[in-house]
Every structure is written in structure tokens, then in C-alpha cells.
Design a protein around this ligand. Structure first.
Ligand code: KG4
Ligand code: ZN
Length: 333
């Protein structure tokens, strides 16, 4: 099995990529849907329709760029969950249908495992075992990764995900969607020490997170200040999230006695977070490249390679909008 096609449609990015175990990433295309900005969040029905509209053309363009034909594809990996059911079904039905037409296996990939393994696409790649901080729009979790497929959930958010907290704060500040990059941009000209922000749950033992109190704090603060203070609010908020995440990461390494931390998911693109982690855990942190932090097909094709033994030709189209990562088992190849 050589050329693996990856298809990602779990949320508002349509991603397709071709991964080859020796050549690495052969080609990779991502389309980020723009229609959701007006609604301040992802509208599932619009997302599904946009995937339907974009995916066939992107698959054709991907093969053109790779100078390949469909017959060169040896397996099709697609995101089967977690994510929006209708959006997932677009990638799943396209992937399973393509695999059936080509008489190749279709591989159902767990979206968060795609993120989790994405730093392994980089050079240098971290060795197992490591702790993974997965921070995206829908998830915030710390996972002990003993080996490929052996995942132990150490902690997760009790309410909002870190990316969601960024998105909601962006909305409060009158910024666009997705909010993370917008808040980060505004924070560049702000003073992160001017206002006090809580560091939720850092004084309690354990590795769970909670971001809803921070959001409420920010909302109340915004009511009391002028618009010219918004950069300071953005900077203070960003710093609070970055420090809270970094403190928990250090604790997780200590508790597991592991030496390496991997961060992945959309929020791992945040520079302030990276700086905090570097300060607290110098030389121990591995990231995907910025482009690979947010959703993409490359991480799905790459995870598909790890799961290559699990491909099927049964033609079944099944998605799992909810799919706990610690329910994944490894297979020996
Ligand atoms: O992994 P991802 O693309 O999609 C999900 O699986 O959810 O993550 C998207 C999330 C959004 O909430 C977005 O605001 C956040 O990642 N994000 C960031 C940054 N870039 C994206 N948050 C903070 N700083 C960033 N630079
Ligand atoms: Zn994601």
C-alpha cells in the first residue's frame, strides 16, 4: 500500500491529500468555508452543502497536482468522526464510493487521532511515548500516548473547548470567525498584564479544564471598558488561556513521567501558547507546522497509513459523530 488518499470533511474545512510512506506528503489541498463568518459559528447544513460542492473538484485537482490518476490510489482514508454528522457523511460517502470503484480498501479515521499523529509528519518527529495536548474548536484534552493506538485520557474540558473560548471571545470583541487568529492578531498590540484574568482550575489537582468562567469574566470586563481597551482584553485573555494550558501540560508530563509533549489542533497554531510552553518545557515540545494545525486532509491520509491494516471493502458508509479517543485500540502490523 503506497499512495493513501485522505479526505477530511468533519467541520468547516474541506481537506484532501495524498500521503506516501517514503515520499511523505505528495499533494495537499484545503478549502476553508467562509459562509459561516456571518453567523459567528459553523452552520452544519451550510457546511455539508459546501463540502458537496467543493470535494469532487478538489479531488480532481489533487490528482492533477500529484500527476497521478485515480488508479494510482492504493487506499482511501476518510474522517469517520467525531464531527458534524452531515458533514462527515459527505467525506465518508465519497471516500467509500471511490474506494469501491477502485477496488481498494477504505479506512475510517478518527479526526482527533489525525491531529494527534500530525506532529509525526514533521522533522524531527517525536518518538513514543508522549503526552498530547489536543486543542481545537470542539475538543480540549490531554492524552497519554504510550504507543500508536494506546491512548489514555488524562483530562478534558468540563465545558467549552479552548478554540470555542477564543471564538466566543472574538464575538464579544466584535471580531470575525474563526476567532482564534483574530483574537491573536488584536492581542499583538495589547498589554497582557493590564487586566486581571483568572487561570481556571490551576489551583485544583487534576488535569481537567474549564473555560466558561473565563468567558463570563471576559464578557463582564468588556461591559466596563472602551473599545480602545479591546487589544488589552484580547491579550489578557490569550495569556490566561496559554498559561492555563501550559501549566496543565507541565503537570501532565510530571504525572506520567513522560519527557515529550505534542500539541495539535487549531489552537496549537497560537504563538503565545507556543511561547508559554517553550518557557515552561524547553526542548520538550513538538508541534505540527502552522498549516497542519487546523483541519486538513494530510493528517487523515497520514493516520490512514497507521491504520492501513483496518481498511475494508464492505462498502459500508458509517460515521461516528461522537467517538471517544480512548476507545481506539491499536493493531499490530
Ligand atoms: O482543529 P480545528 O481546525 O477544527 C476543529 O477540529 O475544531 O480548530 C479550529 C479552532 C477554532 O476554534 C479556531 O478559533 C482555533 O482553532 N484557532 C486558534 C488559532 N488558529 C485557529 N486559536 C487560537 N489562536 C490561533 N492562532
Ligand atoms: Zn480538528
Amino acid at each position: 500500500m503506497q499512495n493513501i488518499l485522505g479526505i477530511e470533511t468533519s467541520c468547516d474545512e474541506t481537506g484532501v491529500a495524498l500521503y506516501h510512506p517514503e515520499r511523505g506528503l505528495v499533494a495537499d489541498l484545503v478549502y476553508t468555508q467562509a459562509d459561516h463568518a456571518a453567523y459567528g459559528g459553523v452552520v452544519p447544513e451550510l457546511a455539508s452543502r459546501d463540502h458537496v460542492r467543493k470535494l469532487p473538484g478538489m479531488l480532481r485537482e489533487l490528482l492533477d497536482r500529484a500527476k497521478m490518476t485515480a488508479g494510482d490510489i492504493d487506499a482511501v482514508a476518510y474522517t469517520a468522526g467525531p464531527g458534524l454528522a452531515g458533514a462527515l457523511l459527505v467525506g465518508a460517502s465519497t471516500g467509500v464510493a471511490m474506494a469501491a470503484a477502485l477496488d481498494r480498501p477504505a479506512i475510517a479515521v478518527h479526526h482527533m487521532e489525525g491531529h494527534l499523529l500530525s506532529p509525526l509528519l514533521e522533522d524531527p518527529a517525536p518518538d513514543f511515548p508522549f503526552v498530547a495536548l489536543l486543542v481545537s474548536g470542539g475538543h480540549t484534552m490531554l492524552v497519554a500516548v504510550e504507543a500508536f493506538g494506546r491512548y489514555r485520557l488524562l483530562g478534558e474540558t468540563l465545558d467549552d473547548a479552548a478554540g470555542e473560548a477564543f471564538d466566543k471571545t472574538a464575538r464579544l470583541l466584535g471580531l470575525g470567525y474563526p476567532g482564534g487568529p483574530e483574537v491573536a492578531r488584536l492581542a499583538e498590540s495589547g498589554n497582557r498584564d493590564r487586566f486581571d484574568f483568572p487561570r481556571p482550575m490551576v489551583n485544583r489537582p487534576g488535569l481537567d479544564f474549564s473555560f466558561s468562567g473565563l468567558k463570563t469574566h471576559t464578557r463582564e470586563l468588556i461591559k466596563r471598558v472602551e473599545e480602545t481597551d479591546y487589544p488589552d482584553i484580547a491579550a489578557g485573555f490569550e495569556q490566561a488561556v496559554a498559561e492555563t494550558l501550559a501549566i496543565k501540560c507541565r503537570r501532565a508530563l510530571k504525572e506520567t513521567r513522560m519527557k515529550r509533549l505534542v500539541i495539535a489542533g487549531g489552537v496549537s497554531a497560537n504563538r503565545r501558547l507556543r511561547a508559554e510552553l517553550e518557557t515552561r518545557l524547553p526542548g520538550q515540545v513538538y508541534y505540527p507546522s502552522l498549516r497542519m494545525c487546523t483541519d486538513n486532509g494530510a493528517m487523515i491520509a497520514h493516520a490512514g497509513w497507521y491504520r492501513r491494516g483496518e481498511g475494508t471493502k464492505d462498502g459500508k458508509i458509517a460515521v461516528k459523530p461522537r467517538w471517544p479517543i480512548d476507545s481506539l485500540a491499536s493493531r499490530n502490523f
